[in-house]
Design a protein around this ligand. Structure first.
Ligand code: LLP
Length: 420
């Protein structure tokens, strides 16, 4: 367990704040993030890159709360964004526009036009049509567009199929086999400036071999491009390094990952762009929830929590398992087995099956661990359940960083037309 989120005696603390103290003043469910954890993860990543000319462009989609982005900005980090909304968040949080890469398979004209007005680091281009669109808009604005081609190396990252992106059948990138021709084509477009090459093969990857093969393919491509006088300045290797969710999960090794980068890509005279998301924020967050009811059915015991799949959807979407622990231990020595489910009217609103937990009572508070990445960002108001609040802790202080909207605020965004 992350030592910034751990028990002191029998009480769960996030840094120096007891989770019970927050739960006493704010209705559950809510997320709590440890700012120090994010800082430590970032600094550890940065240290592991030593000897490389590299930059961390934190993948904003993992957790885009402004307070998280501000933490990254303070540490000198850049951003990997996939929409104008994420781009504007990054700027608002103080991230330097020159450290922003714009990724994503479906960039829209207005997003390209707006971002072209500033000088971002590069567009990671995913198709020939997108390349042509960027050029056209750049010509009309008389701006140069720095681009990298996102290549698809057709490599199996060995991760959940819903988060694999580097296989030929995935929608992402340009087949690496055709990349050279497209670089040639791009070099002839008036306002396109080729600056890099980009790849991202998936998320929650623990098999370093998949990265090794990918980097080798990139190195080969870059050398071939050199012979055709296309010079690559930036190698964007995407994100994807996994974290340990369960005690028996393999721990992907950051040092070994960076050693691979150094060995295979370190001598090409290029700057390396890293886009980690989960690795920076995954273990920084918990989701605090209350036990609403205990319910016995014929074959099962259900524990019904006030958090649902609309607040946290990784279990429903990817069959993910997150540890669930009490925020106050009772040390009763009695355990029980439950299927832990939310209140949403969907059978997939199931967090854990056959979960062994110290005998809980209705009204007890529990915490799901390691929900800092792809937690709140994936929340919705399904079942008209207001978006879940987010709290950030830093040392002894805690602050609300996203509030729960009132029902009025939710309804104010909708209109009943006057049909008469
Ligand atoms: N770069 C690109 C182009 C990406 O598409 C992603 C994630 C990242 C970087 C960051 O990857 P990370 O370091 O966080 O693995 N919602 C899913 C994960 C989706 C990942 C999407 N792309 C989940 O909860 O597991």
């Amino acid at each position: 367990m992350n030592k910034q989120i751990s028990y002191r005696l029998d009480e769960l603390f996030v840094e120096d704040v007891s989770v019970s103290e927050i739960a006493d003043s704010l209705r559950t469910p809510f997320y709590v993030y440890s700012r120090s954890t994010i800082k430590n993860n970032f600094v550890r990543f940065k240290k592991s890159m030593e000897g490389l000319d590299g930059i961390i462009c934190y993948s904003v989609k993992a957790n885009s709360n402004l307070s998280v982005l501000e933490t990254i900005a303070q540490l000198g980090g850049g951003a990997d964004v996939v929409s104008l909304g994420e781009y504007q968040r990054a700027l608002r949080a103080g991230i330097d526009q020159k450290k922003i890469v714009f990724s994503g398979v479906g960039k829209q004209d207005f997003e390209i036009a707006e971002t072209l007005k500033s000088s971002l680091l590069q567009y990671n281009v995913e198709s020939v049509s997108e390349l042509e669109s960027i050029n056209k808009i750049a010509v009309s604005l008389n701006r140069q567009a720095p681009i990298a081609l996102r290549v698809n190396p057709d490599i199996d990252a060995g991760t959940h199929e819903n988060i694999s992106t580097g296989k030929a059948d995935n929608k992402f990138g340009i087949p690496i086999t055709t990349a050279k021709d497209i670089y040639q084509y791009a070099s002839k477009l008036e306002k396109i400036k080729i600056v890099g090459v980009d790849v991202h093969i998936g998320s929650q990857i623990s098999d370093l071999n998949a990265f090794r093969q990918t980097f080798e393919n990139l190195a080969k491509l870059i050398n071939e491009l050199k012979n055709t006088s296309i010079h690559i300045e930036n190698i964007d290797i995407g994100g994807g390094l996994g974290i340990k969710y369960a005690d028996n999960d393999a721990e992907p090794d950051l040092q070994k990952y960076c050693t691979l980068v150094r060995q295979i890509l370190g001598n090409l005279n290029c700057s390396i762009i890293f886009e980690p998301g989960r690795y920076i924020v995954g273990n920084s967050g918990i989701l605090v929830t209350k036990v609403l009811y205990k319910k016995k059915s014929q074959n099962k015991n259900f524990l019904i929590t006030d958090a649902g799949m609309n607040d946290f959807s990784r279990a429903a979407l990817y069959g993910a398992t997150h540890r669930l622990i009490p925020i106050s231990k009772k040390n009763s020595g009695e355990t029980e087995v439950y299927d832990v489910v939310g209140p949403v009217c969907e059978t997939t609103d199931t967090f854990l099956k056959n979960h062994i937990i110290e005998r809980p009572e209705e009204g007890d508070f529990l915490a799901f661990l390691d929900v800092g990445a792809y937690g709140a960002v994936l929340s919705s108001e399904y079942n008209t359940r207001p978006l879940v609040p987010e709290i950030m802790v830093f040392n002894k202080r805690y602050e609300m960083v996203r509030s729960r909207p009132s029902y009025e605020e939710i309804f104010d965004k909708e209109f009943i037309p006057d049909w008469k």
